[in-house]
Every structure is written in structure tokens, then in C-alpha cells.
Design a protein around this ligand. Structure first.
Ligand SMILES: Cc1ncc(COP(=O)(O)O)c(C=O)c1O
Length: 450
């Protein structure tokens, strides 16, 4: 089979999804409610999910490696969580007032990550990073935020810069040029170059914000010393170091990646896993900084940072789902051992397979996160977002579509995969077999074999 065959197969298997997608385009821009959920030729429509599977409206069942934007560390709808949610549904979904469930989640996060001296919950990661930089600007009375090229911190306006290749071009309409002057980009994993940029802006540098492992840009690990170098620079120069742990928080161990990488950020953000499958974001950090958001202290507006939280912040459903997810993770440390091992054997298994099949590829990742990149003459290894952007993206899309169409294995095309507690070693074998089958087919076709 070649790519066109997989495309045809996908279309015949997802007829109902195709017609829904045409209708969706009439009501939603691009037919979706999150840009990345579109993939060519059109996304299938999901009917339900459970464990490690997504079921679409056409009756297909996919082994899911996307896991709800990598949020579902226990898999889809784990009964232990849905049971708690059913109980909470009877008591109320949104109180719009303070509640005890939020305290439980808050203190649990604080116990697991002591640097979360204070926490403010909100409903998305985008809000959390927006609040983090507003707090940083308040604490330092400086304006410029440095982020890395390709770094993804959600759709908040301030950080919607140098996200997609080509990085020097604006991300689109609606962004005011003047605002752009207060965001500077750094090259991930090039400390020398990053420090040069930082040196030039240090007098007005409020914060550096960075993901410990670049997620959306391609599952890219920091080189030894890079993050520490950024942190040291920020903290020496009266600026804040912000870690965006929205993907990495509680992903590799019971705590945050700052422990794995020996970092001590002034502020950090969490999201995804701590919501237990429901919407969440959180900005956390040093009390001294976070207390700027204390609106109960009387004074004028010049000493206070208004960060809010939002209508749905700390709603009891999310709080219960999040708290109970953390409880499961805390009481079952073997979950991390298991999913990190699955990540490891996938990375080594795929790497071996690609070299055996003479496919020029690199598999990146850490713990339970992993991603395949196809290399070309321009990109020989993946060290930053630019490398990932200039790698062979077309081949990656074709591979991902072939997995969906012929093997019922779902990665959101072009994005990294994540293991959840619902997975086991058989899933890795399935992925390896499917990958072998796809590339042997591609190769046979290239060599003129049927
Ligand atoms: C590192 C990082 N920060 C922030 C966000 C934004 O979170 P949300 O989609 O909940 O707004 C994401 C989302 O994927 C993310 O990966």
C-alpha cells in the first residue's frame, strides 16, 4: 500500500465522520474547536472513549496514544474517577463559591511539589501561563518575557509569538506589533546564544518561561545545563524563572519535572494531569510572589496583581477528578515505573526498527512521552523546534495516517505520543508490528513490488 491507498482506506472507514466534518466546517472555523485537532484529510469524530481506546462514530476503535492532549495519565474514563464524578454530580457541578475539594487538591499539590507554596487554580493552561507572566511583571516591575522558539504556552496573547515555523513571522492577525516588542525568543539548547540575547535585554527582563521538555514542538529534551543556565541567568539578574510544567507536571514521577532536572523555578504552571480529565490550569510558586495576587489586602491597585481565576476555576468536579487522580498516582508508584518503561521500550524498539529498515529517523522522548521524527539532508538530529519543523513532516503525517487507517492506532498526526496506565507491553508490540508493516509496504512499493 502507498499513501493514497491509506488515504482511500481512511475515507471508506470514516464516511460518517466525513459528512459530520463538512457540517462542522459550516459552524466552526476550520471545522474544529482547537486548531491542532484538524488533520488531513479530515478528523474522525469520536463517539466515546474508555481505557486505552477511542471509538469513532463510524464504529472504528483506535488504540489511542494522544490520550486527550497527553492529559489522561490513567487512560480514558478510569472507573475509579468516574465513580467519584458521579457522586459529585449529585452534589453539584459548579458552586461558584469556595469549596473544600479545592483545598484537598491544593494541599496535595503542595505536598508533592513543595515549591507550590501558593497556588491559584484556573480552567486552562493558557490562563495559567498568562497569569504567570503577569505576576512576573508585577514582581519585577519589568516588562520583557523571554521564551524559546517553538515553545508552546497556550493561546494567551502575550506568548503567541515564535510558536510555529517560520518563527520570525507573526503568528497571524490580531496581534499588536507593539506587544511583540516585549517578547524575545531564545534558541532551545543553545545556551551561549540564549545568554547573549538575555544579556541584551536583562534590564527589562521580567521572566524567562520555558517547558522542561518541549512538548508541542516535538518532544525535545533539554541538553545538560541548558535549563540550569537560563535559571541562573534569570535569578542573578532580578528576573524570574518560570517553568511551564503543564505537560510535565506529574508525568514522569509523583511531582514535577523540576525535581528530575534539579531546577527551582520562582513560578511554574500546571494543567492537564492535575485535572484528572477535566479542564484545569494552575499557577504556582513562591508565596512572596503569589501574594501579589491577594485581593483581600487593602491597598491601592499599584501594589496588587489582578490575575483572577474565572467562572469555572476550582469547580468541584475538576477538583475531585484531579485529587483522586493524584491519589491513585501517589498510592501506586508502580504506575510511573510501568509507563516510563513502556516509553523506554517504544523508543528503543522504534529506533532499532527504523535502523533495520534503513529509515532515516530519530525517536525522541523521556519517560512515558515519545515521538518519531523523520530526518532529511538538512536535519540530521533533533535538538530544537527548528530541527523538528524542518524534518520530514510529510512522511510523519503519512506514517500517522497509515497507523490510523490500517492499524487503528491513533497519534494526533504530527504530535508526540504518551502512555497511560491503561497501556501494556502488548500495545508497544502492536505499534512496532504496525510500523514494520507500513514501512515494508512503503519500501516494497518504492522497489516496484506488489
Ligand atoms: C506546555 C503547555 N503549556 C500550555 C498549554 C496550554 O494549555 P491549555 O490547552 O489547557 O490552554 C499547553 C497545551 O498543550 C502546553 O502543552
Amino acid at each position: 500500500m502507498n499513501y493514497d491507498d491509506y488515504l482511500d482506506l481512511y475515507k471508506t472507514k470514516t464516511f460518517e465522520s466525513m459528512s459530520l466534518y463538512f457540517r462542522a466546517r459550516e459552524i466552526f472555523p476550520g471545522g474544529v474547536s482547537h486548531n491542532i485537532r484538524f488533520f488531513k484529510p479530515y478528523p474522525f469524530f469520536t463517539l466515546k472513549s474508555s481505557g486505552k481506546f477511542l471509538h469513532d462514530v463510524d464504529g472504528n476503535k483506535y488504540l489511542d496514544f494522544w490520550n486527550g492532549h497527553w492529559a489522561l495519565i490513567l487512560g480514558h474514563s478510569p472507573p475509579i474517577i468516574t465513580k467519584k464524578l458521579r457522586k459529585q454530580l449529585k452534589k453539584g457541578t459548579l458552586f461558584g463559591t469556595t469549596n473544600k475539594a479545592s483545598l484537598k487538591l491544593g494541599w496535595e499539590i503542595n505536598k508533592a511539589i513543595p515549591s507550590a507554596e501558593n497556588i491559584r487554580f484556573c480552567s486552562t493552561g493558557s490562563e495559567a501561563t498568562m497569569y504567570a507572566i503577569r505576576l512576573a511583571r508585577s514582581a519585577t516591575r519589568k516588562r520583557v518575557i523571554a521564551k524559546v522558539e517553538g515553545g508552546w504556552h497556550g493561546f494567551n496573547t502575550n506568548l503567541l509569538q515564535s510558536v510555529n515555523y517560520p518563527y520570525e513571522v507573526d503568528e497571524g492577525l490580531g496581534l499588536i506589533e507593539d506587544e511583540g516588542h516585549f517578547v524575545e525568543s531564545l534558541q532551545f539548547n543553545d545556551l551561549e546564544r540564549s545568554l547573549k540575547v538575555l544579556e541584551a535585554i536583562k534590564d527589562d527582563l521580567a521572566a524567562i518561561i520555558v517547558e522542561p521538555v518541549m512538548g508541542g514542538a516535538g518532544c525535545i529534551l533539554p541538553q545538560k545545563g541548558y535549563l540550569q543556565g537560563l535559571q541562573e541567568f534569570a535569578q542573578k539578574n532580578g528576573s524570574l524563572f518560570i517553568l511551564d510544567e503543564i505537560v510535565t507536571g506529574f508525568r514522569f514521577s509523583y511531582g514535577a519535572a523540576m525535581d528530575n532536572f534539579k531546577l527551582s523555578p520562582d513560578l511554574f504552571t500546571l494543567g492537564k494531569i492535575i485535572g484528572g480529565g477535566l479542564p484545569i490550569g494552575a499557577v504556582c510558586g513562591r508565596k512572596e510572589i503569589m501574594k501579589l495576587a491577594d485581593a483581600t489586602i487593602e491597598g491601592d491597585k499599584s501594589t496588587y496583581c489582578s490575575i483572577g481565576g474565572g467562572t469555572f476555576s476550582a469547580n468541584p468536579l475538576t477538583m475531585k477528578a484531579g485529587f483522586n487522580t493524584l491519589k491513585v498516582l501517589k498510592n501506586n508508584h508502580n504506575i510511573y515505573e510501568k509507563i516510563n518503561t513502556l516509553g523506554e521500550i517504544s523508543r528503543t524498539g522504534l529506533s532499532r526498527l527504523f535502523s533495520e529498515l534503513n529509515i532515516d529517523a530519530q525517536v525522541t522522548g523521556i519517560g512515558s512521552l515519545f515521538m518519531v521524527h523523520f530526518l532529511n539532508e538538512n536535519v540530521r538530529s533533533i535538538n530544537n523546534a527548528l530541527d523538528a519543523a524542518l524534518s520530514n513532516k510529510e512522511m510523519l503525517h503519512n506514517y500517522n495516517l497509515a497507523l490510523i487507517a490500517n492499524h487503528n492506532i491513533f497519534f494526533l498526526p504530527g504530535k508526540m505520543g504518551a502512555f497511560s496506565n491503561a497501556n501494556n507491553k502488548k500495545d508497544v508490540s502492536k505499534l512496532l508490528e504496525a510500523t514494520r508493516n507500513i514501512f515494508e509496504n512503503f519500501n516494497n512499493k518504492k522497489n516496484g513490488k506488489k
